[in-house]
Design a protein around this ligand. Structure first.
Ligand SMILES: *Cc1c(COP(=O)(O)O)cnc(C)c1O
Length: 362
């Protein structure tokens, strides 16, 4: 092997992202609650549109995603010319880091923030910086204190994954106003659709030139396997991101499915309502047996245990019963388990297994 072959600085510091598990050795029927997926699946209209698109797979897809951007704009009341689409919002996060951060620059995020911020910052050669949170909640003062004249990007997921907590628009406005002039605030709205009446920060974006948001079809819309996300921001920022975007980054099938999915607002409303109902039911059921969680605004809850050993023991008990949830030690939360909200049967099974686990330990 030639030692002359060297990757760019930072690349070898990247720890590979581990997706949520979907298998348990020796267990036939598992319920996967480890990736915040929609248990009801995508809109039937999205499946139909994707299927129809396949006959044209010999054709290159549209490069400008015009139809999809128009559909998103129509449903959310956003200017389509200030939208950019990507292969999941992960790709928009990567575009942002590639375009705005490089060696010597800092990319800032809260300590329990999404792992892709760190990975994308390192891939761009930039320095990731984590600011402390207060009681598992984004701390705007800590972020402002950690921002320097080298800060180029500040990522805040609202609601946050894996904590499920949220900060209000006054706080986010204060953050946008207080950042150094060379820093862009990125509001990651992967779970924004689960919050009634929340625009993901669109009004703040329209009022300023230093805020963008990322959104996804992977969570509420149930299209995680197809990879579609988007960004919304000031025209100047979207213009920059389009320069690093590959012209054919979204297939015809991705574009067709997402266009149909966002237009099916009845189906989205149904999934949102069911998720909220069973999320709140599960949180109460676990609280009642001594497993608390912060009020969650996403499609998951972060269950807290006495310590890492108890969380791991409970995870093993869940696995024995065919239930896969997410360990979040990698997010600095070794005493917690993140549980995606499944359908009624899945939530009842989780509650029963955790209740039995706690009763056996008592
Ligand atoms: C799931 C998730 C995403 C993005 O997922 P994509 O499938 O790439 O759109 C982004 N941010 C957070 C916080 C997430 O949990």
């Amino acid at each position: 092997m030639s030692s002359a072959l060297m990757p760019q600085p930072g690349i070898m510091e990247i720890a590979l992202y581990e997706g949520g598990a979907d298998k348990i050795p020796g267990v036939q029927q598992v319920i996967k609650l480890s990736s915040n997926e929609n248990p009801y699946g995508p809109s039937p209209r999205a499946i139909e549109a994707a299927t129809r698109s396949l006959a044209a797979m010999h054709r290159y897809p549209p490069t400008d995603h015009a139809e999809l951007r128009q559909a998103i704009g129509d449903v959310l009341g956003l200017d389509p010319s200030r939208l950019i689409c990507g292969a999941g919002s992960d790709e928009i996060i990567a575009f942002l880091c590639q375009a705005y951060a490089g060696p010597g620059d800092e990319v800032l995020y809260p300590e329990h923030g999404f792992l892709m911020y760190k990975i994308s910052a390192l891939a761009a050669g930039a320095t990731p910086v984590a600011a402390p949170e207060t009681a598992r909640r984004t701390d705007v003062d800590a972020l402002l204190a950690a921002a320097t004249d080298r800060t180029r990007l500040v990522f805040v997921a609202n609601p946050n994954n894996p904590t499920g907590t949220m900060v209000g628009m006054e706080e986010l406005t204060r953050l946008a106003e207080g950042l150094p002039p060379a820093a862009l605030l990125v509001l990651d709205g992967a779970y924004a659709e689960f919050v009634d009446g929340y625009d993901g920060g669109a009004a703040l974006i329209d009022a300023r030139d230093n805020v963008v948001m990322t959104r996804t079809f992977s969570k509420l819309y149930g299209l995680g396997g197809l990879r579609i996300g988007y960004g919304y921001g000031p025209k100047a920022v979207i213009d920059v991101l389009n320069r690093v975007r590959g012209p054919f980054n979204l297939s015809q099938t991705q574009q067709a499915a997402a266009t149909a999915a966002i237009a099916d607002t009845d189906y989205a409303d149904y999934c949102r309502a069911e998720t909220a109902k069973w999320r709140d039911w599960l949180a109460q059921a676990l609280e009642a047996v001594g497993v608390p969680s912060d009020p969650s605004f996403g499609n998951f809850i972060l269950a807290r245990f006495a310590d890492a050993a108890e969380a791991e023991a409970c995870d093993r008990k869940l696995q024995e019963n065919g239930l896969i949830v997410r360990r979040v030690a990698g997010y600095g939360l070794p005493h917690c388990l993140r549980i995606s909200i499944g359908d009624e049967a899945a939530c009842r099974r989780v509650a029963a297994v955790i209740a039995a686990f706690k009763a056996a330990a008592a």
